[in-house]
Design a protein around this ligand. Structure first.
Ligand code: MBD
Ligand code: FE
Length: 261
């Protein structure tokens, strides 16, 4: 087979040159000696081999990009996609008048949570029949398909808003999440004496035609880790009360999507 000529891509040239320039600047500014440089390369190698590169990037870098892009923008603030999103989740369908039920095991541990909201456009128009993807961790603080023993799509699924942009989903309370401390990402937390916790959160992704896909998270407004989230994913407009109603919890938040540029 003949190898196709690789087309020069100006954006890749631009980004790659900057990347190398700034890594070089980092080596210089940190005054790494040769041994430290080798340790750095070996650490990065372990980061890749253990599969923790997405974790490291999403914990230490992703928030920076989002803040730079969105802090001044109208509409709901995005938050971290994180390392635990997977494609191909089941479609959840509601029985008449009932909330959809997020995929779960027959006796899923944890307190029942009803979460509802409305999705609209920055111009105020309701976004009916749009796709909502949702995922979260379980009562053991583990994510299916990653660090959990649960089936692949447990506590994951997608559904559609009604014609008025409303949705309601029955799930369980998410749990504050310690990022893995036994690998190359966690090593840094020890050396820098940082705690590994993320506040409890729901992950949500909204897709609507003519709009920027909104990837965000929702946090209980009384979580004890809000102020020192290791991944710095908390935004004020993503906090809401998770109200204890005795045998279940209720929470609500509305979402506003930006128009596609
Ligand atoms: C998570 O659950 C998460 O959402 C992010 C962004 C990073 C690590 C773990
Ligand atoms: Fe998460």
């Amino acid at each position: 087979m003949q190898k196709e000529a690789i087309k020069k891509n100006d954006r890749v040239v631009e980004v790659f040159d900057l990347f190398i320039k700034h890594i070089q600047g980092f080596l210089e500014e940190a005054e790494l000696n040769h041994e430290e440089y080798t340790n750095f390369v070996n650490w990065a190698d372990r980061l890749g081999r253990t599969g923790e590169l997405p974790l490291f990037a999403d914990v230490f870098l992703e928030t920076h990009l989002l803040r730079a892009m969105y802090t001044e923008m109208p509409g709901t603030q995005p938050s971290l996609l994180g390392p635990y999103f997977i494609e191909g989740t089941p479609l959840l369908e509601a029985e008449d008048g009932k909330p959809v039920v997020l995929t779960q095991r027959p006796n899923e541990a944890g307190d029942v949570l009803y979460f509802k909201g409305n999705v609209s456009s920055v111009d105020g128009e309701a976004l009916g029949n749009i796709k909502v993807e949702m995922w979260q961790n379980d009562a053991d603080a583990t994510y299916s398909a990653f660090d959990s023993v649960a089936p692949k799509y447990n506590l994951r699924g997608h559904f559609y808003t009604d014609e008025n942009g409303n949705f309601e989903v029955k799930t369980i309370l998410p749990t504050p999440y310690p990022i893995p401390t036994n690998g190359p990402t966690g090593e840094f937390l020890e050396f820098t004496d940082k705690q590994p916790m993320r506040p409890a959160h729901l992950h949500l992704m909204f897709e609507a035609e003519g709009h920027e896909t909104l990837i965000t998270q929702v946090f209980p407004d009384d979580d004890k880790w809000l102020e020192n989230d290791v991944a710095d994913g908390v935004r004020l407009d993503l906090l809401t009360k998770f109200e204890n109603k005795g045998d279940h919890y209720e929470a609500a938040l509305n979402f506003v999507m930006r128009k596609e540029q």
